[in-house]
Design a protein around this ligand. Sequence first.
Ligand code: MN
Length: 138
Amino acid sequence: MKPHILVVEDNAYSRELLCDWLELQGFTVDSATSLSEALAAVKRCEPAAVLLDVQLGAEDGLSVAAWLRLDKARQHIPVIAVTAHAMISEQERILKAGCNACISKPVDFRLLLEKLNRWLTVAGVMNHNARTEGPMPE
Ligand code: MN
């Protein structure tokens, strides 16, 4: 049984694309379109990982990452940010907010699967402080 993934994305097309693709990979999914929906969904479905659109309309998606990192029961949940901005400064802001990794739009699905598998593995085998990208665990 593959893990349950929460997709947080306000754009309907992008959200459905991500959810459909994850289901094709064998994951089960839930989705949310706003900060409040995301927080409710995390509590309801206890996802193994979160795919997080950084720009949720007027809301800053990174609040979800910050909230998870402050929640002792959920701070280990991998968060992979999806951003329309490829600049280094944006990537730094994303990692600093507590996301484990960051990918740019349009999403490279091969890269996304690689990061998802990597961070799900890390969450399962390493301590909860493994927050930023480093070598793969042995
Ligand atoms: Mn968006």
